[in-house]
Design a protein around this ligand. Structure first.
Ligand SMILES: Cc1ncc(COP(=O)(O)O)c(C=O)c1O
Length: 369
């Protein structure tokens, strides 16, 4: 039987967020402020009607309307887009198609825990490139290429990055993708936090030769409940195999959710404006929290995305600290969920109200360390 390790991060999140009542201040989540169906449908001059949506299957690659909306969001041709059930399915499709005996996959450390677990389940051995604190957690082409060998099937870059918020500029991605092309290895750029940038805004990596983009509505677009993700790949043959894989895995998206997803992408400016307002206000409170911690808490300020990866400066394990804060209604994610126990993942984009109260409780807990 395939060994899937327990998903420690999701166990932690579920225990508090799906409790009755849920935790008061969720600063562990990696998504944006919440949307109801009614608020989403009301966006724009012509509110979306969903009553006449037919609950049949949809095309495996996604409806033409959804593919066009995704293509417009990334500035690519709709033919290169394949819809998936969350970007989780997109990752699984790529890992499945990339598996061959002895193959490996090159991944960021720290990184989204599902990369390694799911890749391994499909038979790909994970190899890691380190994001160094001292280097601002940058994802560096040379460190990535140092892990690539003749058995490498795929390399993953995640920008903006979960959990650190580091951003790799598009021109550096293009250089890395070209170097990988000479070795016959595609570069997967996971862009679920695009386009949330706090310093230099970056265009999507879609369209760079030798790059496959995966993304979704779950993170920057704040709608994880639509379970809508996608793949963007210029390679026609590979795309045909991906569409077959999708037919085998989940057959299609729900036509109802596709309609909501298309509407969301059509009005992405309004959704992103709300996200940016929440994220900017909350990140300013984090600046103050770190500055006022008397050196107990340190961080690399995120350049993008919805999460930061601060650490307890004395190097102690953050789990007891996170447990004590959870008992006071403030949820952070312990760094051991990412293999880095002194750190915490702190999500600053979901909590549209009360972030000041949560930050005050974190400050008090730090002062008591
Ligand atoms: C970096 C990253 N990629 C992909 C995913 C998968 O999300 P979804 O299946 O909702 O698209 C996540 C979810 O946490 C993530 O953090």
């Amino acid at each position: 039987m395939t060994h899937l390790p327990p998903f420690a991060l999701d166990h932690w999140l579920s225990a508090y967020d799906f409790a009755t009542p849920p935790i008061a201040y969720n600063l562990a989540s990696s998504t944006g402020p919440r949307w109801s169906v009614a608020d989403l449908c009301a966006l724009g001059d012509a509110p979306l009607a969903i009553d006449d949506a037919v609950l049949s299957y949809a095309p495996p690659q996604g409806s033409p309307a959804l593919r066009h909306a995704i293509a417009a969001f990334h500035g690519v041709d709709a033919d290169s887009v394949i819809a998936t059930t969350g970007s989780s399915e997109a990752l699984s499709i790529l890992f499945c198609l990339g598996a061959r005996p002895g193959a490996n996959i090159v991944l960021p450390d720290p990184g989204y825990p599902a990369y390694a677990a799911v890749a391994q389940a499909w038979g790909l051995s994970p190899r890691f490139y380190r994001l160094e604190r001292a280097d601002g957690f940058a994802q560096r082409a040379d460190a990535i290429l140092a892990q690539v060998d003749a058995d490498t099937s795929l390399v993953i870059l995640n920008t903006p990055h979960n959990p650190t918020g580091t951003v790799m500029p598009r021109d550096e991605i293009a250089v890395l993708a070209a170097a990988l092309a000479t070795r016959g290895v595609p570069l997967l750029v996971d862009e679920v936090y695009h386009p949330l940038y706090f310093t230099a805004p970056q265009p999507s990596a879609a369209g760079i030769p030798n790059v496959i983009v995966t993304s979704d509505l779950s993170k920057a677009l704040s709608l994880p409940g639509l379970r809508t993700g996608w793949l963007i790949d210029a390679d026609v043959d590979r795309r045909a195999r991906m569409i077959d894989a999708r037919s085998y895995f989940t057959i299609s998206s729900s036509p109802l959710l596709e309609r909501l997803a298309t509407h969301a992408l059509t009005h992405s400016d309004a959704i992103l404006d709300r996200l940016r307002a929440v994220a900017q206000a909350n990140i300013a409170m984090l600046d103050a929290l770190v500055a006022g911690s008397n050196g107990r808490l340190d961080w690399v300020r995120p350049d993008g995305g919805t999460t930061a990866f601060p650490w307890l400066a004395d190097g102690r394990d953050s789990r007891p600290f996170c447990q004590a804060l959870a008992a006071q209604g403030v949820l952070l994610a312990p760094g051991d969920c990412f293999g880095h126990p002194a750190h915490m993942r702190l999500g600053f984009a979901q909590q549209a109200e009360g972030f000041d109260v949560a930050a005050g409780r974190i400050a008090a807990a730090l002062a008591a360390l």
